[in-house]
Ligand binder design. Structure first.
Ligand SMILES: NC(=O)c1ccc[n+]([C@@H]2O[C@H](COP(=O)([O-])OP(=O)(O)OC[C@H]3O[C@@H](n4cnc5c(N)ncnc54)[C@H](OP(=O)(O)O)[C@@H]3O)[C@@H](O)[C@H]2O)c1
Length: 283
């Protein structure tokens, strides 16, 4: 099995790469770095560079984990961000063809964030430019590549996730952090994500399909409190606050509830993920 992983130097790619380097022949790409048998640099916004990648390697599966997830940048530079978040997807299909298997890493941000618990069947309604671009990319794969799996991933975490690192830094300095108790999401433990991805990569029935990859629905306050507790820090370092009392403009990318339900995905793949509590104990 030959896999091409885009975005190998990113947070998501950095979690995927070590896992599949054992189980498959893994080829990787990002914008820079070494030129080896298993790695090539390519700017995916540029069709010529993507075509050069396709001449280098003909993979069975492409895991497309390159992109720009910076909501503020996407909002302020929508056209520029669309080149990596949308055009790059078109370029991959143009260069590698419609018969390669694609796994596209999408996002919970395709939803409006107002009621949460979104299923794979719910109609997306993104409220940010980033979310609109992720949805546009999904449609490109689903329309043009018959073997495309869309994985809507919600807030991936391990100990190196930005939020976890921030929390630990503050806790180590004995500084209290304020976290919203009125903003809900479904953070995904990295091993649960890898379990789903592994099932998809080796899936025999590759067709057009949407999967949800998220953990339990929690508030940001609850997640931070549980993280403190399981990392051995006093939970009173985490203080509750309200998004809707805060300066809303700074948090335009947060809505009351963007949590995903992944019940249908787990049933389809016959998987049993770790609970949030089990995940935090394991971390
Ligand atoms: N992190 C999450 O929790 C999460 C959740 C849902 C969905 N996602 C999706 O997963 C993807 C990656 O997220 P991330 O957290 O890993 O972001 P990240 O840490 O910022 O990494 C971005 C990756 O994309 C590559 N990239 C950026 N521009 C490129 C270009 N023009 N050509 C080729 N490669 C390019 C980067 O390569 P360089 O290092 O060379 O710049 C890097 O490897 C995004 O599409 C995001 O929407 C992430």
């Amino acid at each position: 099995m030959k896999i091409l992983l885009t975005g190998c130097s990113g947070y998501v790619g950095g979690i995927i790469a070590p896992f599949f380097s054992e189980a498959a022949e893994l080829y990787q790409t990002n914008t820079r770095g070494s030129f080896t048998n298993y790695h090539r640099a390519a700017d995916l916004r540029n069709i010529d560079e993507v075509q050069a990648l396709a001449e280098w390697i003909q993979p069975d599966v492409i895991i497309h984990a390159a992109g720009n997830k910076n909501s503020k940048f996407c909002e302020e530079h929508e056209d520029e961000a669309a080149k990596i978040n949308v055009t790059a997807c078109e370029n991959l299909i143009r260069a590698f063809g419609a018969n390669v298997k694609y796994i596209y890493i999408s996002s919970d941000y395709v939803f409006d964030g107002m009621r949460g618990n979104y299923t794979e069947e719910d109609t997306p309604a993104p409220f940010t430019a980033y979310g609109r671009q992720k949805l546009a990319a999904e449609k490109i794969f689903l329309t043009n590549a018959p073997q495309s799996f869309i994985v809507r991933l919600a807030a991936l975490f391990d100990n190196n996730a930005t939020f976890c690192k921030f929390l630990r830094d503050q806790f180590e300095k004995n500084v209290a952090v304020e976290c919203f108790d009125d903003v809900f999401y479904s953070p995904t433990y990295y091993r649960n994500f890898l379990q789903i991805l592994n099932a998809l990569v080796f899936c025999e029935d590759f067709s057009r399909r949407i999967f949800h990859c998220g953990g339990e629905r929690v508030s940001r306050f609850r997640f931070a409190s549980m993280y403190a507790e399981h990392s051995g820090f006093p939970t009173n370092l985490v203080k509750e606050c309200k998004l809707f009392d805060a300066a809303g403009g700074n948090f335009f990318f947060l809505k009351p509830d963007i949590s995903l339900s992944n019940a249908a995905t787990l049933k389809y793949l016959n998987l049993q993920p770790l609970s949030l509590c089990e995940a935090l104990i394991e971390l």
